[in-house]
Design a protein around this ligand. Structure first.
Ligand code: NDP
Length: 400
């Protein structure tokens, strides 16, 4: 029987808990542990009511390696699904090594006191995981995650060499709030306010934040202003697909969203530098998170859909071809199934499918892996069955 431990009790963890509970043939026993136990209990109560499956809960501070190691040694899960924040990646990997437990996450490590994310910190665990005979699966949400698998699928089936990759991410939904982020506000605002960066002919090209914009046409969604930003999967994809000459990431933002973001930055509320307030140290962006809507609560009145995919250009048998592979996901459908919005859903479902790939023996091997290094076929076959069907188009106009 496979026993798993989910860490974190936010929007993404809730979806993964629901989906694991819908797959009890693979996930025989589930525990959800987080900093605030009442949030774990609330998820467990929802899952019990909607799916009829009991989930164990526990309190744990994942920054505390000895405490987390004790929990792992007591509960003895086969796999940890890290759905807390990127700040916890390294301590959770340390505890997994100490307790002999396999590891999976959806976002790469980011130091709390520096708005910078890259894989170097987690790739440095390669030898330790290899020596321990353990598997660490990195970045198994939608982007990173499904977008990496889409790229691997294209490279495996349709190209001899892929040359150009454009990952396109649209959220054409409406949650009815003046301003809200769709996942953890602190992580999200740190991500979208940093400089843009893309891969071109063997090196990184930096841009000012939101300097490059193109209007792109998304299936069933229509035309949307899409901004070039840096996104973490670009780093592993250019390493694992060295034929790539150009790799970029585009995300849609409304003018309303960008205006709020500009104001937040201009008045210093996006700052990660602690300030003293009434004798107490606070971090402005953490205070901002506390007053913004909770992303996990946006689902109920959310309308519209997300559309995320990969637009790829390359050669097959000496001829240039294009390929577009994508998923569209309706916020309202996600809410009906898991009481969550589509951004949490499109992250939480792939985390469950990745865990399933590991537990069923499709994705195995000692060491630290990005998901594009595994066989994409069983993952994509199951993704459709688990609520995220995907579509493809050959030799259409990529617009890019
Ligand atoms: P939330 O902020 O909703 O949830 C984070 C959870 O982690 C909270 O329950 C929080 O506890 C818990 N947590 C934070 N610190 C600790 C700690 N030290 N110990 C134990 N638990 C802790 O975030 P989301 O659910 O929106 O996002 C979860 C992860 O998914 C993030 O890493 C995010 O970057 C990633 N993500 C990945 C995407 C992808 O496509 N790959 C897309 C969207 C998100 P508390 O409730 O007490 O604050």
């Amino acid at each position: 029987m496979n026993r798993i431990l989910i860490i974190g009790a936010g929007g993404v963890a809730k979806v993964t808990a629901y989906k694991c509970a819908m797959n009890t043939d693979v996930f025989g026993e589930i525990m959800i542990a987080s900093r605030t136990k009442s949030k774990c209990d609330a998820i467990a109560a929802d899952v019990k009511q909607d799916i009829g499956i009991a989930i164990h809960t526990a309190q744990v501070n994942a920054d505390d390696v000895p405490a987390l190691t004790t929990l792992l040694l007591d509960y003895k899960p086969k796999l940890v699904l890290n759905l807390a924040l990127p700040y916890q990646d390294l301590t959770i990997m340390d505890a997994c090594l100490a307790a002999g437990v396999h590891y999976l996450d959806t976002a790469n490590y980011e130091p709390p006191n520096e708005a910078k994310f890259e894989y170097s910190w987690q790739w440095a665990y390669q030898e330790r995981f290899q020596q321990a005979g353990l598997t660490a699966i990195l970045g198994c949400g939608f982007d990173p995650g499904v977008t990496n698998v889409f790229t691997a699928y294209a490279a495996k089936h349709y190209f001899d060499e892929i040359h150009n990759l454009d990952i396109v991410d649209a959220n054409a939904g409406s949650h009815g709030k003046a301003f809200a982020t769709n996942f953890n506000p602190e992580i999200n605002i740190r991500e979208v306010t940093q400089k843009g960066k893309y891969w071109k002919d063997g090196s990184w090209v930096e841009t000012a934040p939101h300097e490059i914009m193109k209007v792109l046409n998304y299936p069933d969604v229509g035309h949307k202003e899409s901004y070039l930003i840096f996104h973490e999967e670009l780093e592993s994809l250019v390493k694992n697909f060295p034929t790539l000459r150009q790799a970029r990431f585009w995300m849609t933002f409304s003018q309303e969203y960008l205006t709020h973001l500009r104001v937040i930055q201009n008045i210093g509320m996006a700052s990660i530098i602690p300030i003293m307030y009434e004798g107490r140290e606070i971090v402005p962006i953490q205070f901002l998170k506390a007053v913004l809507p909770n992303p996990g609560d946006l689902g109920e009145n959310y309308t519209g859909q997300t559309s995320i995919g990969c637009r790829i250009r390359g050669i097959k048998n000496g001829q240039e071809n294009t390929y577009y592979i994508w998923n569209n996901c309706h916020h309202a459908d996600c809410y009906k199934e898991t009481k969550s919005q589509a951004v949490s859903y499109t992250t939480g479902v792939p985390a469950m499918v990745g865990a399933k790939m590991f537990l069923q023996g499709h994705w195995v091997g000692s060491g630290v892996w990005n998901v594009e290094q595994f066989d994409p076929d069983p993952f994509l076959a199951d993704l459709t069955l688990q609520g995220l069907p995907w579509h493809e188009q050959h030799n259409s106009d990529l617009e890019l």
